[in-house]
Ligand binder design. Structure first.
Ligand code: ZN
Ligand code: ZN
Ligand code: ZN
Length: 369
């Protein structure tokens, strides 16, 4: 796989400045977290000591860091593209931070910026407008480069391999938590450095889309929703498959087929230029026409990149268009309270010729033991 080198960070910084200009902003204020990793190749802890990257719409990017973290910040692949400034304990750190920001400007701020820091900046800069980046520039990191897509594809393939391994394990008589622990282990065995979630929702628990794997014993006749993912080589995986312990009932198979058709229809609807909300509508129509509309209780998808949930959101009201290089999930589901749930989720990448799946394990209803 190709290195993501210094040049990539220079390009990201330039593109970030360009997007800020196009949105009429004076710049981006980037805090520790995925935005900072993306623009500065830097992932320090998010703490009470301020670290702030300022990407001005016009001018050179600068990053203020605590002096004790200076050497780490100077060692990144992006260091050559960013002017590094530091501050010391005992100093008023918000003075040098505010000096990087226009007093009457308008800035997009990383969503996960600590209130402690942002409120201090607001006090010092009462004429400046601060807006959350996902509101003003939601697509800042949404279009992936070929190198990023390679990493997402590798993470997807690893998650698929973990799923294929888990199918060989016995389910009946074991707890959801035990299967979740197996998924965690398998994701790491296949190269993940971090596991973000391992949902194992059996029988009636499947009706809760975000059910946490618990102490319920999985038994013969259960439908089991498995939704798992994490981070591998800096990029995310997120896939869902639904399995059944032993032979499914006709009702279970019918619901499964509806979800499978909805997922396929949504996949086929992906095209460059189509509004994100259209993909949600297509999946929802299939499910509604089959009579289960009220049981599909979440949006059909979300973007994925350096985090497992990020823009674009494929949801009613999101009128922005799909662009080539956007990567997102397609994950319709039906949740029948007190009975069971079914969800099927793949990560896909939008391209000029339509969508390509980054998850390729079988989407059929798998029978497990
Ligand atoms: Zn059953
Ligand atoms: Zn998922
Ligand atoms: Zn998802």
């Amino acid at each position: 796989m190709k290195e993501i080198g210094a040049r990539h960070f220079e390009e990201r910084l330039a593109r970030g400045a360009e997007q800020a200009r196009e949105a009429g902003l004076d710049g981006l204020l980037i805090s520790p977290g995925p935005d900072l990793a993306y623009f500065a190749d830097y992932l320090p802890p998010s703490t009470e000591r301020i670290t702030l990257l300022v990407v001005p719409a016009r001018g050179e990017p600068a990053m203020l860091v605590p002096v004790l973290e200076h050497d780490s910040a100077a060692a990144t692949r992006a260091a050559g593209s960013i002017q590094l400034l530091d501050w010391s304990d005992g100093q008023d750190e918000y003075e040098p931070a505010a000096a990087l920001v226009k007093p009457d400007g308008r800035y997009a701020v990383s969503d996960n910026t600590w209130a402690l820091h942002l409120l201090a900046l607001q006090e010092r800069l009462p004429g400046t407008r601060f807006e959350p980046v996902t509101r003003v520039l939601p697509m800042l990191r949404a279009v992936k480069t070929p190198d990023e897509i390679d990493r997402l594809a590798a993470a997807g393939a690893a998650a698929d391999a973990a799923f294929e391994d888990v199918l060989r394990l016995p389910f009946a008589g074991r707890t959801e938590a035990a299967i979740a622990a197996e998924l965690d282990r398998l994701l790491r065995e296949h190269g993940h450095s971090q596991v973000d979630f391992t949902i194992v929702a059996s029988g009636p628990n499947g009706a809760n889309p975000h059910h946490d794997a618990g102490s319920r014993l999985i038994e013969e006749g259960d439908t089991v929703v498995l939704d798992f993912g994490g981070i591998m080589d800096g990029y995310g995986s997120d896939t869902t498959r639904t399995v059944h312990v032993g032979e499914p009932s006709d009702a279970e198979r019918e619901v499964f087929d509806v979800v499978q058709h909805a997922q396929q229809a949504a996949f086929e609807a992906v095209a460059v230029g189509v509004p994100c909300q259209e993909i949600d509508r297509v999946a929802r129509n299939v499910i509604a026409e089959a009579g289960y509309g009220e049981f599909f209780i979440h949006r059909v998808g979300h973007g994925i990149g350096m985090t497992t949930h990020e823009p674009p959101y494929l949801v009613a009201g999101e009128e922005r268009a799909i662009e080539a290089g956007m990567c997102f999930s397609i994950e319709p589901g039906i949740y029948l309270p007190g009975r069971f749930g079914v969800r099927i989720e793949d990560i896909v990448v939008a391209a000029e010729d339509g969508a390509h799946r980054l998850n390729n394990s079988s989407r059929e209803l798998h029978l497990v033991q």
